[in-house]
Design a protein around this ligand. Structure first.
Ligand code: TYM
Length: 361
């Protein structure tokens, strides 16, 4: 038990609106499961949200929504430290310092940067099987004939994420599959810093799944790979039952299997992935068997899926408004959380400044 207690867990979610099922299964559910056993730190990444957010009021409101949804989903401030990223000014200073050890090239080659930069400039990504050459990408970004911008914050997003993790000396970082490359970069930056200065300051963090499984990717309902806000295919935790049922009933499918044991198309496989996350093994087996012997009716599967998702989201949705109406409580949670998170952050920053030669005379 004492040994287990030593793990420092840290993760965050950007404040870009309400949380969706991808955030829930990729991150939030794990936060709740592990909070009893470890030194847990969960934050709201409002500085990361700034890389794409442009409306100050919306950003501010999103911080409150994410906090309320954290609490409604069951993160307990008595067990875990909950804080807002920008309440830890040490993070911003260390971001500047760590950037001196990060290459522009490695940042430009990050998949999430390519994706977001292309979206911002309206450039089409290479299709399945087409080569995604770094040179062609750099040419597109640097030479983009458009007055739209890709801000430098988007490029240095992985530095900021690494700082969130390293400043708390976190050892485990529960995230969804889409964040694994950022975690890999964090390990690389930690190793580089340690070896450049000949110190043993930062542990190398790894991903974490209490269930022993791999980080998940929750698919969208439109047949595409990933559920995400910019993909516009989300089921939100606070979706009202009518809206949620409608979204699920409209999910993309195909004409149904024509022969026993046919392979599944991607949209149908995605529905089964969602079913596996939300339903009991019996239900999943029932529909898998029905698919295999061609008796499946997608309408039945969707109805079941919608009810099983609602069983997960309804208790959360019902608590959110109560929490949102209690601003004093929310303020207390993040004030106390920031105090704890700052204590460790300022210790680490002091060490980093000293190691790098930033010392007062
Ligand atoms: P964000 O807000 O994009 O995502 C928050 C968490 O939700 C997970 N997630 C998903 N998981 C599975 N399937 C999906 N469709 C899906 N969509 C989102 C993400 O993997 C993530 O775990 N960069 C982080 C925020 C961050 C952070 C950190 C995380 C900033 N600093 C330090 C950990 C440690 C992010 O992806 O936010």
């Amino acid at each position: 038990m004492e040994q287990a207690k030593k793990e420092i867990i840290l993760s965050g979610i950007r404040s870009t609106g309400n949380l969706h099922l991808g955030n829930y299964y990729g991150a939030l559910r794990k936060f709740v499961e592990i909070q009893d056993k470890h030194d847990c730190n969960f934050f709201i990444a409002d500085l990361h949200a700034l890389t794409t957010a442009t409306d100050p009021e919306a950003l501010h409101n999103s911080v409150k929504c994410v906090l309320a949804e954290y609490l409604a989903a069951g993160i307990d401030p008595e067990k875990a430290t909950i804080f807002i990223q920008s309440d830890i000014p040490e993070v911003s200073e260390m971001y500047l310092l760590l950037n001196m050890h990060v290459g522009i090239g490695e940042l430009m080659r990050t998949a999430s940067f390519k994706d977001k930069a292309r979206k911002a400039l309206g450039i089409k990504a290479p299709g399945e099987g087409e080569e995604d050459s770094d040179e062609a990408f750099e040419h597109q970004i640097i030479g983009a004939e458009t007055n739209k911008r890709v801000n430098a914050g988007l490029l240095t997003y992985p530095t900021l994420m690494a700082v969130d993790i390293l400043i708390q000396k976190a050892t485990k970082v529960p995230v969804g599959k889409d964040q694994l490359q950022h975690l890999e970069l964090t390990r690389r930056f930690a190793r580089r810093f340690n070896s450049f200065y000949g110190v043993d300051l930062f542990p190398e963090p790894s991903d974490f799944d209490l269930t022993g499984g791999k980080p998940v990717k929750v698919p969208g309902l439109d047949g595409s790979g990933k559920m995400g806000k910019s993909e516009g295919n989300c089921i939100y935790l606070v979706d009202d039952p009518k809206v949620l049922r409608k979204k699920v009933m409209r999910a993309t499918t195909d004409e149904g299997p024509k022969e026993p044991n046919s392979p599944m198309s991607e949209p149908v496989a995605n529905l089964f992935t969602l079913l596996e996350l939300t339903s009991t093994p019996d239900v999943v087996t029932h529909f898998r068997d029905a698919y295999a012997d061609c008796s499946i009716r997608y309408g039945d599967l969707k109805k079941q899926l919608a009810e099983d998702i609602l069983a997960v989201t309804t208790p959360i949705r019902e608590r959110v408004n109560d929490i949102l109406s209690n601003e004093d409580y929310m303020r207390k949670v993040v004030r106390e959380g920031a105090e704890r998170a700052r204590a460790r952050a300022s210790e680490t920053l002091k060490e980093v400044r000293h190691i790098m030669g930033i010392r007062s005379i």
